[in-house]
Design a protein around this ligand. Structure first.
Ligand SMILES: NC(=O)c1ccc[n+]([C@@H]2O[C@H](COP(=O)([O-])OP(=O)(O)OC[C@H]3O[C@@H](n4cnc5c(N)ncnc54)[C@H](OP(=O)(O)O)[C@@H]3O)[C@@H](O)[C@H]2O)c1
Length: 375
């Protein structure tokens, strides 16, 4: 593998059509020729906090028997991407290829793969490393980590599903410990809170949690907080019963008034690390007081002693009953139209520059949308 292109592209080069082979002051771009099309263009980071760089490698061929090779068509940006690139969060070795979300076309399959065929259009759950990061032309993942893209969904839309869906399963199954009736061989018993508040309903994770709560607990009432501009989406599209202004000074009182006799909540799912001491006053004093908080990479949020606080994260899914089946289960939900696009897509553009721009946008913070880049 060798370096092709560093962060800044000279202005003269930007005017040239993409994929035209050219040499200018030492910079080169790949061509569209057949042989070059088999190259793996990687967007990688060499040192902690270092810039994203472009490099090329041969198309990978070292598939294990349960692996699939995916040609990426679109990737979505997650907060974890910038935490990994900028702070080295959970990065074990360098150089590493970031990227946890993506969609694309199956290029090759391992010997034991039967469910998936070459040319299938897939949604994937990727891992930030040289082999499985989604910020490259070709990535290898286990077949359990992919699900078929519905034909009517654009690759850009499909790319946004994986991480927030998987982490939402962890929120319900590990954080709340609710039944998961839509997961093949998933838990069928567990906590059934009557009133649940999702802190961060307009985040990608919150949008997934709200939908899955409605599927898992159809008789429960789901509230969510966000900026007011997202309330219509949260209620009308995602299915929450009510949305509350996250900045309201009367949030606790407003939420409690939404429950019978103002008794309060049974559970809170905090997907953005928004738990403050006053929100715990919204709990029903006689309820389970379950507080499921996502691991954001920051310190765990401290809670009053009588609050049942549980940290959840997607990497613990292997501990969950049916955890290996979550992507196969997503396929059924999508085919039945029971799981919707969580958030509107902001397609930032194509290729390296768009990827850099999308990461910068993520660093500034997003509101109720998913940033996507096409390859
Ligand atoms: N450990 C894991 O496995 C894992 C997996 C996935 C995500 N995460 C973490 O979970 C968090 C959320 O991820 P994401 O992708 O869903 O983030 P995101 O979509 O980028 O989150 C942006 C949203 O957060 C909302 N928000 C920010 N502060 C809020 C507050 N105090 N109250 C309510 N809403 C608030 C904003 O709402 P408004 O614009 O409406 O104000 C905005 O829509 C991140 O910290 C991420 O790293 C962890």
């Amino acid at each position: 593998m060798h370096l092709l292109l560093r962060r800044a592209i000279p202005p003269a080069l930007k005017r040239v059509a993409p994929y035209t082979k050219i040499s200018l002051r030492g910079y080169r771009l790949p061509t569209r020729s057949t042989s070059m099309a088999e190259e793996n263009i990687k967007y990688l980071v060499r040192v902690k906090g270092g810039p994203l760089e472009v490099a090329k490698a041969p198309k990978p061929t070292d598939l294990a028997s349960n692996d699939v090779l995916i040609r990426l068509k679109a990737v979505a940006i997650n907060p974890a991407d910038t935490k990994m690139i900028d702070e080295g969060h959970r990065v074990t070795s360098y150089p590493f290829v970031p990227g946890l979300d993506g969609s694309g076309i199956i290029e090759a399959t391992g010997d034991a793969v039967e469910r998936i065929k070459v040319s299938d259009e897939m949604i994937g759950l990727f891992q930030s490393n040289d082999r499985s990061g989604s910020f490259q032309t070709f990535a290898i993942v286990d077949e359990q980590k992919v699900t078929k893209k519905p034909p009517s969904w654009a690759f850009e839309e499909a790319a946004t599903l994986g991480v927030c869906y998987a982490t939402a399963i962890a929120a319900l199954g590990i954080g709340l410990k609710t039944p998961l009736p839509f997961i093949i061989d998933g838990p069928r018993t567990g906590l059934v809170p009557s009133y649940i508040l999702v802190l961060g309903g307009s985040s990608a994770l919150g949008a997934a949690v709200i939908q899955l709560l409605r599927l898992a607990l159809p008789d429960s009432t789901v509230f969510a907080t966000s900026s007011p501009k997202h309330h219509t989406h949260i209620v009308n599209t995602l299915g929450a019963h009510r949305a509350f202004d996250r900045s309201s000074s009367s949030l606790v009182e407003d939420v409690k008034r939404g429950t019978p006799a103002s008794q309060g909540l049974d559970a809170i799912v905090d997907v953005v690390g928004a738990g403050t001491s006053d929100i715990f006053e919204a709990f029903n004093p006689n309820g389970p007081k379950r507080y499921a908080q996502v691991w954001t990479g920051e310190d765990k949020i401290q809670t009053p002693e009588d609050v049942d606080s549980v940290l959840f994260r997607s990497r613990d899914l292997s501990q969950l009953q049916g955890g290996d089946n979550i992507m196969l289960s997503l396929q059924t939900l999508l085919e039945d139209g029971r799981y919707k696009l969580p958030l509107p897509v902001n397609n930032v553009g194509q290729g390296f520059e768009a990827l850099q721009k999308a990461l910068d946008l993520m660093r500034m913070g997003v509101s109720g949308e998913k940033l996507v880049v096409t390859f």
